[in-house]
Structure formats: C-alpha cells, structure tokens
Design a protein. Structure first.
Length: 365
C-alpha cells in the first residue's frame, strides 16, 4: 500500500540524502495515521525526533506556513489526494500523461543535459476540471497536494504578499509534494496594468524569482480562468501549458451516461438524446455533472428507476433560467426543442389544448 514511500526512502538512503529520507518518512507517517495505523505513525515520528534531538525535522510537514498579519494558514495540505473521476478529451489526457511521465524520467533528462522545468499551467473557463486535474496529478505521482490559500496569502500590508509567496515556495521545497496555485491571475497579473499599484509588480517579481528557483526540482501546477490577465513573463516560465475548454459532444455523452449506472435511459430515443446534447453545448463540466446529479436525485426521491428526455430538458430549462421559470415557460422551452405536443401533455398530465395555448401565448408576446 505504501510501496512508493518505502522505495523513495530506500533510494534516498542509498543516495545518502538525509533530508529526503526524513521528509518521505514523515510522509509515510502521515499516510499511516490517515489509514488508521496511529501506532506505526507515532513510532516513525518518535524515531525521527530521537535521531534529530527534537521535533525540528517534523516541523517542516507538521507546521505549515502562516500569514504573519492574520496568523492564519496560507496553504491547505492533502496528504493522500484522491484521483477524481474526471472526463477529459483524449488530447488533454495524452498531454497530462506526457507531463507525468516526463517527471518520472527527470533524472535521466538532467543527465543528458535536457533539464525539464516541472511546471504546468492550466487555463480555461470555470468549472471545467482544472482543480480536479491538480488532484489527479498528485494522486498519479503519489504525492501530497499543497494548495495555496489566496484568501490568506494576499495581505493588506505592504510587502507581505510577496513574503507569503516566499514562505509557500520554501515550504513546498522542503518536502515532496505538488504545489497548486489556483486562481493564479490574482498574483500573476501583467505588470503594465495601469490600474494596479506598485505592490503588484513586487508580487509578480517575487513570483517569477520563486518559480525559477522552485521548478527545477519541485512540481508546480497553476490554474486560471483569466489567462488574458497574466504577465507575459509568467507564460514563459511554464514548461507545459494546457487549455481546458468546455466539454464537446463526446465528453457530454460520457457525462450523461454516468446517470445510466443508476437509472434506465433506454427509453430515450436517439434523436431526443441528441436534443439534450445540443442543449448542453456551452455548459461546463461541473454544470453538467450537477444537472445529471439533480435528475438522479429527483428519481430516487420519487422511487423511480428510469429517466426520460423530459427529465433532462426540464432540469436544463431550470438551470438556464436560474429556476425562475414556471410550467408554461418549461412547456414553451420543450416545444422550442421540438418535442411532440402529445408527449409534453402526457408528461405534465394536461391536455394537448393546454400545450397549444402555451404555443399561442408565446406567439402573442
């Protein structure tokens, strides 16, 4: 179960790398504790403390950095990140695999005079899986995920934001981890922005310096949905840049099919399934996942085992209009989608005349 940590400790021991032995030993202790083996975890921590005359060695992992002004933590740490069930296009999956595999052969590349900067920038609309990808990478590499907290990282005191950045990079440098900077544009805006104060320039300069020092041996993942705001020098610091767009038809189908593990969807004709797919064009991954979950939830509440095209389209209508839509509005939406009047009447338990009235009312607007 903890093969990776044990092999890393052995490798570090053979290389006489004491710091790496200590840090991976502490990582193993944390995972043992999380797995319920507190006794073994305590024994490892006690051994490290005894060998180093105190707890100074354990502080690197036990005491994360804090903002000196607020005394609040500036990172969140997940020692055992779970690989989320994310749906990605084949091209993005291929590029992520390439990034992961290149990290694994970094030592060989270095020996060949081909240094690899272990940095990845993800950009694209909100809700399309950038944060999930960071967890996915950390899980695949079997490393903790250290996420910078922008709410406490950015300080009101002059110079403190740059200092907090340095504390985060120093902390990540001391142990094996994946450092994740979400909403990256907040600290990496273009320095020629006339609306920003000189403090921003100091923050960006500090960020660039820390990235240069960290990314040769540390793994950095950054994410933004405002890529147009990033400083030009920031783009050049990243070895790998991947756009994470909204899902296309193939990904939408896969997201919808998740409902089929719980509900019977065989009653939905292909032409109406295509209507649902078209109506979901432009939605984010998280929007579609929430929509599918809402359909499944409603069916479970009603103790029903199958879903129809109406269930999905009614949920889409509610989402598009932020829930501010009545039955007449939903019927008009279904008519616009090309659904038969009789089928709509049967779904709502009303007459075809009432459905036609909705159509006439729309024509009178």
């Amino acid at each position: 179960m903890f093969y990776s940590e044990i092999t890393k400790i052995i490798e570090a021991g053979l290389d006489r790398d004491k710091d790496k032995v200590k840090n991976y030993s502490m990582l193993l202790a944390k995972k043992l504790e999380k797995d319920g083996d507190a006794k073994s975890s305590k024994r490892i921590e006690a051994l490290l403390s005894r060998k180093n005359n105190g707890s100074a060695i354990t502080d690197a992992l036990v005491a994360p950095p804090i903002d000196q002004e607020s005394r609040l933590g500036i990172v969140d740490i997940d020692y055992s990140p779970i690989a989320p069930d994310i749906i990605l296009s084949p091209s993005i999956r291929t590029r992520l695999d390439d990034f992961e595999n290149t990290i694994k052969i970094k030592d060989k590349l270095d020996s060949l005079g081909m240094p690899f900067n272990m940095s990845l920038l993800l950009y694209g609309p909100p809700g399309c899986g950038k944060t999930s990808i960071a967890s996915f990478i950390a899980n695949k590499l079997d490393l903790p995920l250290v996420t910078a907290r922008l709410d406490t990282l950015i300080s009101s005191l002059l110079g403190n934001t740059a200092k907090n950045l340095r504390r985060i990079f120093d902390y990540a440098q001391r142990q094996p981890c994946v450092l994740f900077l979400d909403e990256f544009d907040a600290i990496a805006k273009a320095r020629d922005d006339q609306h920003e104060l000189g403090e921003l320039k100091r923050v960006v300069n500090s960020l660039l310096q820390n990235m240069d020092a960290y990314c040769q041996n540390g793994i950095l993942v950054a994410a933004t949905n405002r890529q147009e705001l990033l400083d030009g020098a920031i783009w050049r610091r990243f070895q790998t840049v991947i756009e994470v767009p909204k899902p296309q038809e193939d990904e939408i189908i896969l997201l919808l099919n998740k409902a089929s593990s719980v509900l019977d969807l065989t009653g939905i004709k292909r032409k109406y399934f295509d209507v649902v797919i078209r109506q979901l064009n432009g939605f984010s991954y998280s929007d579609i996942q929430n929509l599918v979950q809402n359909v499944v939830k409603q069916k479970i509440i009603k103790n029903e085992s199958s879903a129809s095209v109406f269930d999905f389209l009614c949920e889409i209508a509610a989402f598009k209009y932020h829930g501010n839509i009545g039955q007449q509005g939903v019927i008009q939406y279904l008519l616009d989608c090309g659904l038969p009047q009789q089928a709509i009447a049967d779904y709502f338990g009303i007459s075809v005349r009432q459905v036609r009235n909705c159509l006439r009312n729309k024509g009178d607007e």
